[in-house]
Design a protein around this ligand. Sequence first.
Ligand SMILES: Nc1ncnc2c1ncn2[C@@H]1O[C@H](COP(=O)(O)OP(=O)(O)O)[C@@H](O)[C@H]1O
Ligand code: SF4
Ligand SMILES: [Mg+2]
Length: 327
Amino acid sequence: MAPKPLLEIRDLELEFGRGRDAVRVLDGVGLRLGAGETLGLVGESGSGKTLTALAIARLVPCPPGRFVGGTVMLEGVDVLRMTGAELRRIRGGVVSYVFQEPGAALNPVLRIGVQIREALRLHRPEAATEAEVVRLLRLVGMPAPEERLRGYAHELSGGMQQRVLIAMALASQPRLLVADEPTTALDVTIQAQIIELLRELKERLGMAILLITHNFGIVGDLADRVAVMYAGQMVESAPTRSLLRAPRHPYTRALLESVPRLGGGGDRLVAIPGSVPRLGAFPAGCRFHPRCPVARAECARQAPALMEVEPGRWSRCPYHEGDARGA
Ligand SMILES: Nc1ncnc2c1ncn2[C@@H]1O[C@H](COP(=O)(O)OP(=O)(O)O)[C@@H](O)[C@H]1O
Ligand code: SF4
Ligand SMILES: [Mg+2]
């Protein structure tokens, strides 16, 4: 029998608002992540990536949010049914987060060392020492950590601030690090350094990483598998190499054709014709059909299910066979 995954999200349904005004923002979202594995989660802005990531530690603001279906099994326990005490244990203890804007996430009036020590005190009080703060800063490649820990966030570059936040996220020795567009706010060369750091940490610490990014170059460098989201749904998931070489879903293909590579001028998506449908105004049938270059008449009527199209590969398009792109 296959070992139990570290994280398994199934059929997750999340709504905002109530009654007739309720809008379903996540619709049948699923993903699996094994211990030590890295999963890349990609999709245009507004597709539901951050909400999916926040759901892992039940950090979605509820209300206005409301989970109306599905399960989020973290180490075999459903996060959506956990008590407050259990949630406090997993937040930071099992899953830690790193977000996009390092400057905004750090406290401007507290010394760096104090902030890292606070993270230690919360999750590993026995290790809340200056020596451990120095070790963590060294682990994330901070030069002169003994001096830096007495400094403040504004004295650091964006890249160094992100290293501090990664150190704080690692303070609890999480089994899963969720990195939500960790390099989007940084310069291209700094992006590459942070990605290199994540790769080193993954190898040294053996933790799983859920990496949300717009950049397929980053995905190709780091992820074992990739999941693609569109309009609140998963539309494709596959091992990284096969997805990059032969995308099966037309949306994945369009993304691959429109996204610059790492080092190729930033993290921004170049246009796919049309735009992501407005929340609550998802078109009938396949949600991608108004933008799909290979749509057919049935696509506007029938909502396709996510299907296993070959072992380990899933796609929400019943028509497209894929090709040997780049092979
Ligand atoms: N607190 C909220 N209240 C209402 N709508 C929200 C809230 N948070 C996110 N949304 C909406 O849910 C959709 C998915 O958001 P998000 O997960 O942040 O997308 P992504 O990370 O892929 O850009 C977006 O259209 C966003 O406007
Ligand atoms: S189901 Fe139809 S519209 Fe949707 S991705 Fe496939 S071909 Fe395109
Ligand atoms: Mg987001």
